[in-house]
Ligand binder design. Structure first.
Ligand code: PLP
Length: 425
């Protein structure tokens, strides 16, 4: 099935926005974010205590976090700055999940000061945590890795056995036993087995793995398992021929497994949580860029004013991002282009051999599904600067939720350098 990918803005709207906000910029769709958050909540409303902890790393912007907070979301953090941003937005205590790995002691300490739930990636982290904060919290979570290969019936697979995260089952048993002896009272289990799964099966299958594990851990250690964290991994259809996930079907699938495994084991009080990032924001953010050069050599190139520092996924993973040439939505895609940025790196291409309508200089291009792991992965290679982030409000107005980086920002860490003073003023 081909779903037509249409941007959430019209050409007229975008032309108007581009008059006051120079390209490139990120644009987020407040309405889409809200509707999706509402639907997720509905999908898991059958579970008492369900909570989505938005993976801050996907879209670390306080205005976005504030919107999600209205729907009862917490935050999932894995660094000190993500914890700080959550704190600043008003998340505190168990509204923050700290799912990090290879964790520096000062980050454990900050998570503890904020009262966050700490999710331990490894059994040796029990000792690290104790050293960092001087005690073991009453509520604690451990991350599980079943090893091997995780396969779904539609062919989606991932390779937990090759992933650096989580503990073996034997280590989970040992960790829970040690933690209980050190005073922990409420336990959580976490696992992230496959990324960007565009199938309604992933969560129910992951739930089956985690729920069975929870029953065994409860039997072996006697601890009270308070929550099970299905983490991230629900994907989005980057390609127009992919069928989107149906979160209501996913929620219902998880409910069936919950009633099959946890309820008969007397564990019907387990709360579920999720740490979705991509699913929450991916489709509701686009990168808007302008065609500024065309080049005809051995291939046809369109040069745009954004580059891989603004959106790294195509360069990094060869990821597909759909492109709409604004105003030419219904024109035939009869031109084959490489759409490139300006980095001195040949992988700086938003699209390779992509069939698109004829592009004229000055055309605005919308690069779809950039709302998660888009701006967030930005970097400064080649001295390139990060773009602004704009929020398209429900009433059609536009709010700048982050200004574009300037040369002064780029040089700011050289503030002790006399030679740079001219550019630091
Ligand atoms: C990245 C990450 C997520 C979010 O993943 P998505 O693919 O964006 O859903 C959730 N939890 C943890 C621990 C992560 O590292």
């Amino acid at each position: 099935m081909t779903v037509e990918k249409r941007p959430f803005v019209t050409k007229a709207q975008l032309d108007e926005i581009a008059k006051t906000h120079p390209t490139p910029f990120y644009l987020y769709d407040e309405r889409g974010i809200r509707e999706n958050a509402k639907k997720l909540k509905q999908a898991f409303s059958w579970n008492m205590g369900y909570k989505e902890y938005f993976a801050v790393k996907a879209t670390p912007n306080p205005y976005i976090l504030q919107i999600l907070k209205e729907y009862g979301c917490g935050t999932d953090c894995s660094s000190a700055t993500e914890l700080m941003m959550s704190d600043a937005v008003g998340f505190s205590g168990h509204d923050i999940m700290f799912s990090s790995n290879d964790t520096p002691p000062e980050e454990f300490a900050l998570a503890d000061r904020l009262g966050a739930i700490i999710n331990l990636d490894d059994i040796t982290h029990i000792e690290s945590l104790e050293q960092a904060i001087g005690h073991i919290p009453e509520t604690i979570s451990c991350r599980f890795n079943p090893g091997g290969v995780f396969t779904l019936s539609n062919g989606i697979m991932d390779n937990p056995g090759d992933a650096k995260y989580g503990m073996t089952e034997a280590q989970m048993v040992e960790a829970f036993t040690i933690l209980a002896a050190k005073g922990a009272k409420e336990f959580g289990i976490h696992a992230f087995l496959a990324s960007n799964t565009v199938t309604n099966e992933y969560y129910p299958e992951l739930a089956r793995v985690l729920f069975s594990l929870a029953v065994r851990l409860h039997e072996k250690t006697g601890v009270h398992i308070k929550f099970i964290n299905l983490s991230g991994g629900i994907g989005i259809p980057y390609r127009p021929d992919q069928e989107p996930n149906d979160i209501l079907v996913i929620g219902e699938g998880v409910r069936r497994v919950y009633e099959e495994i946890l309820v008969p084991a007397g564990m019907g009080d387990v709360a579920l949580c999720t740490e979705l990032g991509r699913f929450m924001l991916g489709p509701y953010g686009v990168l808007v860029t302008k065609a500024i050069h065309e080049k005809h050599t051995y291939k046809e190139y369109i040069g745009v004013d954004a580059c891989a520092v603004n959106l790294m996924r195509p360069a990094m993973y060869g990821a597909y991002h759909h492109i709409t040439v604004m105003g030419k939505e219904d024109a035939p895609c009869d031109h084959k282009y490489d759409v490139t940025g300006s980095l001195c790196e040949n992988n700086d291409k938003f699209a390779v051999d992509r069939m698109l309508p004829k592009i004229d200089m000055g055309d605005l291009l919308v690069i779809h599904d950039a709302g998660a792991h888009g701006f967030a992965m930005g970097y400064n290679y080649n001295g390139k600067l990060k773009s602004a982030e704009l929020l398209l409000r429900e009433d059609g107005s536009v709010q700048k939720i982050r200004r574009a980086e300037t040369a002064k920002d780029y040089f700011a860490t050289l503030d002790g350098c006399g030679m740079m003073q001219k550019y630091l003023k």
